[in-house]
Design a protein around this ligand. Structure first.
Ligand code: APR
Ligand code: PHB
Length: 394
């Protein structure tokens, strides 16, 4: 078995793992990234598209802001609508900051390139990732690399950034971890289409047939979603059926507004779940991103939370490894979980407010919440504050 030494072993090359690797490298801390999938696979995954302003600042402050600034779009807010009503919520006016539209798959490319430029080691296409001795100060990770060789990666700390199906979570003894979970009785059917967006900012639409969302990737690519039942067979949704449903839900009572249609080049059903695992640390194992928590996509918080986790974790690991100072590492889980629970609450709130059920009582409450949200500055400010996101570290 070949042995490789590093300071931080990072499991997973998603946004959490690669951003952590980059933040550590900025301070001269060495890491090795271990990823189950090929790099091409990781870089072609379709993901959400909204960055909080504090995440844009974090990228900017760490030399990753150029393409976000050039190719992303600053959005002041969102539209909230229901049949016959469409209201713009201006986050900049309400809370002094907006959001940035930038495909997370683009960020994945930026992070991969930054890693290449730093010349640090990454293993893609590995199998059998196993964590060892995480409750000692010499933890290690073993795996089989893409050429079939067994590798032992020895580190001072392990970062579990391996998403919701990875092995890191399981490396925390069952008796020491707790899981909080909420399943929802629906899913999203998401499409990417070659057509200019029919809106300047995102539209979140409540409709008796189900929720719809109009997002975008660029001036020529639109991203749209439909609420569908959990066990939806994508084959039952022809392109025409999708466009018709989107037009009905997004166009309801919007005089003079029409949804532009174009060729659909990606179509998928996305699962919905709220999930939080606590604590996010066990000994020298630190969990970040989807490995510790999953939010439903309604508030676009998944990547933003992952970025906020690693923004806390990087300085904690640097102090621990460089100075032997464990204070930030000891505080990591509790500090990160405060934001995790706030985003979990917000994503749950957006989801349960906007997705229709067949319960008429729930529908009336939803319409009331939407009306209150646009009519009351206190309510719209609360939405804006959570959607635009808190500063990192709060
Ligand atoms: N060994 C190595 N790598 C693994 C293993 C394993 N056994 N299991 C999973 N991984 C990898 C996955 O293949 C994936 O590339 O870990 C990575 C985890 O990445 P993400 O799932 O993207 O999770 P994260 O980096 O936390 O991203 C957070 O970004 O785009 C959003 O929807 C995404 O909300 C999520 C957020
Ligand atoms: C997206 O652009 O993919 C997107 C935007 C906002 C969301 C979810 C997804 O709430």
């Amino acid at each position: 078995m070949g042995t490789v030494q590093t300071e931080v072993a990072i499991i997973g090359a998603g946004p959490a793992g690669l951003l952590l690797a980059h933040l550590l490298a900025q301070d001269g801390v060495d890491s090795v990234v271990v990823e189950r999938r090929s790099r091409a696979y990781v870089e072609s995954r379709v993901r959400a598209g909204i960055l909080e302003s504090s995440v844009v600042e974090l990228l900017d402050n760490n030399g990753l802001g150029a393409r976000v600034a050039e190719e992303g779009q600053a959005h002041r807010g969102i539209y909230l609508q229901w049949p016959g009503q469409r209201h713009h919520l201006d986050f900049v006016e309400l809370v002094g900051r907006g959001v940035h539209l930038y495909g997370q798959s683009e960020l994945q490319l930026d992070l991969g390139r930054a890693r290449d430029a730093g010349g640090q080691v990454s293993f893609y296409g590995v199998s059998g990732t196993t964590l060892h001795d995480v409750d000692t100060d010499r933890p290690s990770v073993t795996f089989t690399d893409a050429d079939g060789a067994l590798v032992r990666l020895e580190a001072r700390a392990v970062a579990g950034c391996d998403g919701k199906h990875g092995p890191s979570r399981q490396a925390i003894p069952e008796a020491s971890r707790s899981v909080f979970e909420r399943l929802y009785p629906f899913a999203w059917l998401g499409i990417l289409a070659t057509v200019p967006p029919s809106t300047d900012e995102l539209i979140y639409a409540w409709h008796p047939d189900g929720f719809a969302l109009h997002s975008m990737r660029s001036d020529s690519v639109s991203r749209l979603y439909l609420q569908v039942p959990v066990a939806t067979d994508i084959a039952a949704w022809s392109d025409e059926r999708i466009w018709d449903a989107l037009s009905t839900r997004l166009g309801a009572g919007q005089t003079g507004w029409e949804l532009k249609r174009g060729p659909i080049f990606d179509k998928a059903v996305l699962p919905f779940q709220s999930f939080v695992m606590t604590p996010m640390r066990h000994g020298r194992l630190f969990i970040a991103g989807d490995a510790a928590h999953t939010v439903p996509p309604t508030g676009a918080k998944g990547l933003n939370l992952a970025a906020a986790d690693v923004a806390l974790l990087a300085p904690a690991l640097i102090s621990l490894i460089r100075e032997g100072d464990a204070r930030l590492a000891d505080a990591y889980s509790e500090t990160a979980l405060r934001r995790v629970w706030r985003s979990t609450y917000f994503s749950w709130w957006m989801t349960t407010t906007l997705h229709t059920t067949d319960d008429p009582f729930t529908s009336e409450l939803q319409r009331t919440v939407l009306e209150m949200t646009v009519a009351s500055r206190a309510h719209s400010t609360a939405l804006a504050e959570s959607y635009a996101g808190l500063p990192i570290g709060v």
